[in-house]
Design a protein around this ligand. Sequence first.
Ligand code: FAQ
Length: 315
Amino acid sequence: MSEDLESRFEAAVRSESRIEPRDWMPDGYRKTLIRQIAQHAHSEIIGMQPEGNWISRAPSLRRKAVLLAKVQDEAGHGLYLYSAAETLGAERGDLTEKLIAGRQKYSSIFNYPTLTFADVGVIGWLVDGAAICNQVPLCRTSYGPYARAMIRVCKEESFHQRQGYELLATMMSGTPAQREMVQDAVNRWWWPALMMFGPPDSESSNTERSMAWRIKRNTNDELRQKFVDMSVPQAERLGVTFPDPELRWNPERGHHDFGTPDWDEFWRVVQGDGPCNAQRVAHRRAAHEDGAWVREAATAHAAKRARRAGREAVA
Ligand code: FAQ
């Protein structure tokens, strides 16, 4: 019986059908999805902090409205993703507890500080750009609720990337000080953006299994290369350079060659020792604790409605 289920599952994955919440799935598949989707959801929620830092100091009403909308979109992405994780049997409260206890990861990129308003533009351009590169293939991931969430998320991320690029293009047509600010932000975010794709394939413990299950559709290195190739002409158009002396077009490969990110730094950040890890998690913990009364009120209201519905059904 279980062999039957397993071969039906494997056949569905091979034929590009979607696996849905009530379908049988191997334990490892469920666990891998919960791990990846939870990490992704946490990244969206923690990812609100670096840019949120600039909402009260945006240079104009227009920039403030755009930034507010973007940060709210990230909250929405977190919520779709927690919902997708719940269809696998995870509980949102439990995932949040694990995040604030440091037992679940979120993207390394959000552990770097946003020092100037140019960082807002560079996050839109490079961080959302990397997120799109990684997430467009996830629209074809084998688990239905995750794939469907990704379609909407990617549409919104495209808007985020454009607003970042437009902000930077505006600053680049401004004063020398503004142009310097943009270049400085690019210098600080370029390498962390490359690290978003995860460790090199040779050190990636999950890629092979996740690709066989079609949870991941590309390896970390494939997506990193795609991102570099996509970003170089955009940087040229903008008038900025990337801080990598090894970056150059390789006509034989038909791709850009580029230097090696500092993987020691990456692992330090992932293990909690980045410039802002403690601050990000402490902020999330405080927000969770401050929101306890809202959760209690909402649960009490839901319980009251359920009791009333029960009484009406009996009557
Ligand atoms: N940061 O075996 P792999 C966004 C961990 S959303 C921290 O290669 P995998 C939107 C990994 O968990 C950004 N940890 O792992 C936005 C694993 O540890 P584990 C988030 C990382 O899962 C924009 C270990 O290293 N996007 O930016 C990272 O096959 C602006 C070994 O790695 C997603 O989550 C990292 N960068 O591949 C929001 C997309 N990389 O769990 C606000 C979905 C790896 O075994 C503002 N996720 N690790 O203990 C994925 O595609 C994959 O999970 C990867 C990693 C590609 C991130």
